[in-house]
Design a protein around this ligand. Structure first.
Ligand SMILES: [Zn+2]
Length: 181
């Protein structure tokens, strides 16, 4: 269910059979999201929202409600670009350096550029399509190196360095960008 609120814009209401109370969070689209018990009516959900307004305002980084739809569109465009590029770039760089991974997953989390799981799935953020190619490659190489080192040890960095000798600069430059949309 979606509630349209004057202050927060579209609020996503998720009914959770296991929830006892109400929990507020931010969705990946930057919208306010609330998890409520299964039989919560719209009326009740709005009441919960009203009584928590101040807390939400102070604690949750809700993105500008006026631009919610524009961001949805931007995300769609970015996802399309990412699908046509990132899996192939990952494959190319993996082959070039002799890495074997299981699967490539595209994500749109607000905080991480990429990750590598113990089952060798590499996740890449679609926000990578917004940053310079050299930084994009650095993120991919970084995640590939995690296939051999699941930490940020010396051995890990030396492996990253063997593929990208400017990795320190790239790691720093990456901080000027944010993966979120
Ligand atoms: Zn890492």
């Amino acid at each position: 269910m979606i509630i349209v609120d004057k202050e927060f814009g579209e609020v996503i209401v998720r009914k959770n059979p296991l929830a006892r109370g109400v929990r507020f969070s931010v969705s990946t689209s930057g919208r306010l999201q609330m998890s409520v018990p299964k039989y919560t009516s719209e009326f009740l959900a709005k009441r919960f929202l009203n009584s928590n307004r101040k807390n939400i305002r102070e604690k949750l980084p809700i993105k500008d409600p006026k631009n919610q739809r524009a961001r949805d569109y931007q995300k769609k465009v970015l996802m399309k670009k990412a699908k046509e590029y990132l899996p192939y770039r990952l494959e190319y760089l993996a082959n070039l350096h002799g890495y074997k991974y299981n699967k490539c997953r595209l994500t749109h989390a607000n905080t991480r550029w990429g990750s590598c799981s113990s089952n060798k799935t590499i996740s890449l953020n679609i926000g990578l399509m917004k940053i310079p190619e050299v930084l994009r490659d650095y993120v991919i190489l970084h995640e590939l190196a995690h296939l051999n080192h699941m930490d940020h040890s010396r051995a890990f960095w030396s492996e990253v360095g063997s593929h990208d000798k400017n990795y320190k600069i790239h790691e720093k430059k990456l901080k000027y960008f944010s993966p979120g949309i």
